[in-house]
Design a protein around this ligand. Structure first.
Ligand code: AGP
Length: 609
């Protein structure tokens, strides 16, 4: 996620801003920069790489001034580079802008501005904002901002300064969070509280649509209708550590709760003006889809589990064989890869060595590479022909949660889009499935509320168990794999996922009195068989926990506990059943006193084979 810090007051802006950006480094970034106003006008210094490089450069060549904006960039449009780093300025260098979020209609606006003679130095969507401001600027910066934001669609937090208006800083908040800090004779804007907590604890949470003008005399907030409004001033009692987690105890639980908004971002920023799916950075058409005879889906760990769900929906909507392989095993079984193969690799970090090795092997054999990744400009992204960025924001906890669910959404969107392109998915089904996908983020939110306490309860029940079993059929089996991995990697309890029909072929021998078995039963067509499988383990003494959205007495009669989640179409159920399993793993690890965000033996990105 990008980070913004803005300052106006009596102190040196550069010092305040760089200190604030350092406090935002936890959000993840790939470049940074500042724009400071002084007697030379707007002095801009920005670069790709670590913030420490920018700080060293400024220490060598200090920038004085009491008004400024700064930024740490988490790339969404345009790879990490000095040119793409923020702040962005107009051609005259009199206006500077920093931005967090995504401007959905930037292509349309960029075309309009280019037709008016504007030039662009970067690949970012942000640069259209500063050129819009330039176009509307007639001396009054606030008025120019009012006009410019009327043209913007998407999510944006903006910090804006101008050398022609040296006593003011304008900030805008739409969707992307932004706060106003109130000091003694100084004012701040920032993406998050940690950036300014050392300077002030008096904070206003700007509301959606708010535009605020900061000056040396004070601040004025305008709502989306341009009416002057008052907003509550909050006294922040958190320490910096707590503030980076937004008040959550761990990054993992924060990221679990970010899933509704992450899923919304992944989906809604890829809808065109008609509300249809538009896959930017993916140049796949009907002709290509008709030319391939297979798809490979390759990844590791949680990303592999997302790939299994992807396999299911791609086969269903495209009517083409899909082979899902664990990346580290791919090299031993890639015999069918050729130039009629589409290879989809999934990697949150985009740096997993096993996945990169598989990608390179397939590419050498002529396959076209489409990657699903969360990191713009990552190695996987750079070596792919097409890229689907999940835009989940940085995932800090080692245990992957929001990356997983946004990877699922990526697969759903591609399967719908490709199926429609290929003509193997009829229009009505496409529209019904897309409509349900637009509502799924709310259902994730409801499910979070619905199952949180149940997860805590079950966590206390299983925390001292030697092992747990997760069983399911079809998509529920893939979910079982993901649930078992989540539990293992942070609670350190042995857990195994099994195809429910497979238990009787050996594993059921392990079931004894009170062995916990989590049965995921969300697939209507397999429901009766699942009930039979649950009865099998129950008969051998298992403690059975059923997960379903189907209100059905059978499960109540056979399970010791039933966890009801929101209902949706069967293909999307993995999005909802994963929620309980993530929370169960989290609360089990918490009650065991484990290091939830940094579990033993694990790394967030496994860059060795
Ligand atoms: C998931 O919770 C684990 N942290 C791990 O399995 C992870 O999914 C795997 O290492 C793949 O990482 P990637 O998505 O960054 O490639």
């Amino acid at each position: 996620m990008c980070g913004i810090v803005g300052y106006i007051g009596e102190n040196q802006a550069t010092e305040v801003i760089l200190e604030g950006l350092q406090k935002l480094e936890y959000r993840g970034y790939d470049s940074s920069g500042v724009a400071i106003h002084n007697t030379k006008g707007l002095v801009v210094k920005k670069m790709a790489g670590r913030l420490s490089n920018l700080i060293s450069s400024i220490e060598k060549d200090p920038i004085n001034g009491n008004l400024g904006i700064g930024h740490t960039r988490w790339a969404t449009h345009g790879v990490p580079s000095d040119e793409n780093a923020h702040p962005h300025t107009n051609k005259a260098g009199t206006i500077a802008v920093v931005h967090n979020g995504i401007i959905e209609n930037y292509m349309t606006l960029k075309k309009e501005l280019m037709e008016k003679g504007y030039e662009f130095k970067s690949d970012t969507d942000t640069e259209i904002v500063v050129n819009l401001l330039d176009m509307y600027y007639e001396g009054d910066l606030l008025k120019a901002v009012f006009k410019a934001v009327e043209r913007l669609r998407g999510a944006y937090a903006l910090g804006i300064i101008s050398s022609n208006n040296p006593d003011e800083l304008i900030a805008v908040r739409k969707e992307s969070p932004l706060i106003l800090g109130i000091g003694e004779g100084e004012l701040f804007v920032a993406s998050d509280i940690p950036a300014i907590l050392n300077r002030t604890r008096r904070v206003i949470y700007l509301e959606n649509g708010d535009i605020v003008r900061l000056s040396r005399e004070g601040y004025t907030i305008y709502d989306s209708e341009k009416h002057v409004v008052q907003r509550e001033v909050n006294e922040i009692l958190w320490d910096v550590e707590a503030a980076t987690k937004d008040g959550f105890d761990h990054f993992m639980i924060k990221e679990i709760y970010q899933q509704p908004s992450a899923i919304k971002d992944t989906l809604f920023r890829r809808l065109d003006d008609n509300g249809d799916i538009y896959l930017e950075n993916i140049n796949i058409d009907k002709k290509y889809l008709d030319s391939i005879n297979k798809i490979y889906v390759v990844a590791c760990g949680t990303a592999y589990h997302a790939g299994l769900v992807g396999k299911h929906v791609l086969e269903k909507f495209l009517e083409v064989p899909v082979i899902a392989e664990i990346a580290s095993e791919f090299r031993y079984g890639n015999n069918f890869v050729d130039d009629k193969t589409l290879m989809i690799v999934i990697s949150q970090s985009g740096e997993t060595a096993d996945t990169l090795a598989a990608l390179r092997l397939a590419k050498a054999k002529g396959a076209r590479i489409l990657s699903i990744t969360n990191v713009v400009g990552s190695s996987v992204a750079r070596e792919s022909d097409d890229i689907f960025y999940t835009w989940a924001g940085p995932e800090i906890a080692v245990a992957s949660t929001k990356a997983y669910t946004t990877q699922l959404v990526a697969f759903y969107m591609m399967a719908l889009n490709f199926g429609k392109l290929k003509g193997t998915l009829d229009e009505k089904l496409y529209n019904d499935y897309l409509q349900e996908l637009k509502e799924i983020s709310e259902k994730v939110g409801y499910t979070l509320k619905k199952v949180e306490d149940l997860a805590k309860e079950v966590a206390n029940k299983v925390k001292d168990k030697r092992s747990l079993f997760y069983i399911g059929r079809g998509l529920d089996y893939y979910t079982a794999m993901e649930g078992a991995l989540k539990l293992k990697e942070i609670s350190y309890i042995q857990a195994e996922a099994f195809a429910a029909g497979e238990l009787k072929h050996g594993t059921i021998a392990l079931i004894e009195e009170d062995t916990p078995v989590i049965a995921i039963a969300t697939q209507q067509e397999m429901y009766e068989k699942m009930v039979s499988n649950i009865k099998e383990v129950k008969a051998r003494g298992a403690y059975t926990i059923g997960i379903t959205s189907i209100n059905n007495a059978d499960l109540e009669n056979v399970c010791d506990k039933v966890i009801y989640i929101e209902d949706t179409i069967s293909n999307y159920m993995p999005l909802l059943s994963a929620i309980f399993l993530q929370l169960l793993a989290y609360y089990t690890a918490v009650v065991k006193g484990n290091d939830v965000d940094k579990p033993r033996n694990l790394a967030k990105s496994v860059t060795v084979e």
